[in-house]
Design a protein around this ligand. Structure first.
Ligand SMILES: Cc1cc2nc3c(=O)[nH]c(=O)nc-3n(C[C@H](O)[C@H](O)[C@H](O)COP(=O)(O)OP(=O)(O)OC[C@H]3O[C@@H](n4cnc5c(N)ncnc54)[C@H](O)[C@@H]3O)c2cc1C
Length: 471
């Protein structure tokens, strides 16, 4: 039975006693390493949990859920810890269930599937699957992000226009529910939960493992990058928005606009000659990129390229060598259902020119296999949109953080008239207006129904979790 929520926080002894039979590793505020362990990727969010539990198997996850409920502890679930608003850190005095130790891996080369523990980070998993099978899978570009958290929010990558979102490539999940029971979620078992977990976030239970669809790519793929100075920003923004939606699904490119200039980088699942032909219309519209890079490389080296790492040594992605560098940042996002108007582009150019801060505006193009899935086929509703635009601002100690936050708010307000009212679930933003609709649109009511069925006591809750009743 749950403990009354207003009761005093349980003592360390009580938590340790409850967890003792399952014997997971635990870190308490008095433990060595607590300050390191409590941190998420975003240093802006600082939480002081009462205990961090490190399960290495499913019974330990079940025990953690049951103990937290018995003792009245708030539960937060952490895979890679990259939630933009620290939603995997929970609340002061609560329990973090950290799945980083759950890294089983079983690759089936014939079926091209991998069943992976929820603790895998993207870089190490790309590397391990490549080592075992020379196969690829869809996941994001930043190596320390967690696969589980990313798939729960949809998950986008440059090969998504060919193979779909990360969530579209999840064939099955094993889940520990609010009662501590183990469920399978796939098209044959608990299909409503399976539907909700592909885009509806971490509101329904703890995903302890996932089965992924893998893909065989050509021996090499083409990777390119073009860069223009500040003066070309308006022309490149305009050209990119006309050019990229018309690319074939094999090709994709992201645009990053910053106060110092603009870059377009992407890939073509094929030869560099095909990539050059695909890029030609963009370069015709905006000639004279400053640096030009176009090379063929194996998929695993493209992972390094897009992570900004030297491509010569894929081993840097291995768990032993992966470097995780938390930073202070704030981000927001919008979806654009059509190219920005000329006034919208002007507003962006002016806003960037006037800031001494260093925001990046990151445009991703949708369409292809992403748009081929119906908006209600999974919980990820944003299937018919043209672009996502992320506004990402990192700040070090030399930046006034209040100024950074104020700029983000003001820029978000200026952008609103030019964008749709929707936002990217994985770029979760505590300040997002009307967030339930912005993230989940017409799928919200169904998500609430799934929440009522699988977690009626709202055990898996955070500031922007799916509510048990319609908002
Ligand atoms: C530097 C950087 C680069 C990024 N690049 C991309 C990108 O290329 N493409 C993209 O789509 N996104 C990208 N993201 C966004 C990223 O996908 C989300 O932040 C994602 O939620 C991170 O997952 P995580 O497991 O690392 O985070 P966590 O903080 O561990 O989890 C995120 C959320 O999911 C919940 N959760 C985590 N694991 C589980 C689980 N096993 N069961 C139930 N709930 C769980 C958490 O409680 C939390 O609410 C990026 C983020 C960063 C910081």
């Amino acid at each position: 039975m749950d403990r009354a929520p207003d009761a005093q926080a349980p003592t360390q002894d009580a938590i340790a006693r409850c967890l003792a039979p399952a014997a997971p590793r635990t870190v308490f505020p008095s433990s060595a390493g607590y300050d390191h362990d409590r941190r998420g990727f975003n240093l802006r969010i600082q939480i002081l949990p009462g205990v961090i539990v490190h399960p290495v198997n499913v019974p330990q996850v079940q025990a953690a859920v049951r103990c937290a409920r018995r003792l009245g502890l708030n539960i937060a679930v952490r895979s890679g810890g990259h939630s933009y608003e620290g939603y995997s850190l929970g609340k002061d005095s609560g329990m973090i269930i950290d799945l980083a130790g759950m890294t089983d891996l079983a690759v089936d080369k014939d079926r091209k599937t991998a069943t992976v523990g929820a603790g895998w980070r993207l870089g190490p998993l790309y590397y391990a699957v490549w080592q075992q099978a020379r196969l690829a899978f869809v996941a994001g570009s930043y190596p320390s992000v967690g696969l589980a958290g990313q798939s729960l929010g949809g998950g986008y990558n440059l090969i998504s226009r060919k193979f779909g979102l990360v969530a579209d490539n999840v064939l099955s999940m094993t889940v520990v529910d609010a009662e501590g029971e183990v469920l399978t979620a796939d098209s044959a078992n608990n299909p409503d939960l399976y539907w909700a977990l592909r885009g509806g976030g971490g509101s329904f239970g703890i995903v302890v493992s996932l089965t992924l669809q893998l893909h065989r790519l050509p021996d090499t793929i083409a990777v390119f990058r073009y860069k223009w100075p500040r003066e070309a920003v308006k022309a490149v923004m305009t050209a990119y928005q006309r050019w990229s939606p018309a690319l074939p699904p094999e090709a994709n490119a992201m645009m990053v606009v910053s106060p110092s200039g603009v870059s377009v980088k992407g890939l073509y699942i094929g030869a560099s000659s095909a990539a050059a032909a695909a890029a030609a219309p963009l370069l015709a519209m905006v000639p004279g990129p400053k640096t030009l890079f176009l090379e063929e490389m194996p998929f695993i080296e493209s992972v390094l390229f897009f992570a900004g790492l030297p491509t010569a040594d894929p081993k840097v992605l291995s768990p032993e060598r992966l470097v995780i560098e938390p930073v202070w940042f704030k981000a927001k996002s919008v979806y654009l259902d059509a190219p920005l108007s000329s006034e919208g582009v002007d507003m962006i150019v002016e806003s960037l020119a006037g800031t001494g801060l260093g925001p990046d505006l990151i445009f991703n193009t949708y369409g292809g296999a992403i748009g081929a899935v119906a908006p209600d086929a999974t919980a990820f509703v944003h299937r018919k949109t043209m672009f996502s635009m992320q506004i990402y601002l990192e700040a070090d100690a030399s930046t006034n953080h209040d100024d950074a936050m104020a700029w983000m708010t003001a820029f978000g307000d200026k952008l609103r008239p030019y964008a749709s009212r929707f936002a990217v679930p994985n770029y979760i933003d505590a300040d997002q207006k009307d967030w339930p609709t912005a993230y989940y649109g017409s799928n919200l009511a169904r998500l609430v129904a799934v929440k009522q069925k699988y977690d009626p006591q709202n055990v898996f809750r955070f500031a922007q979790s799916i509510p048990t009743h319609s908002p």
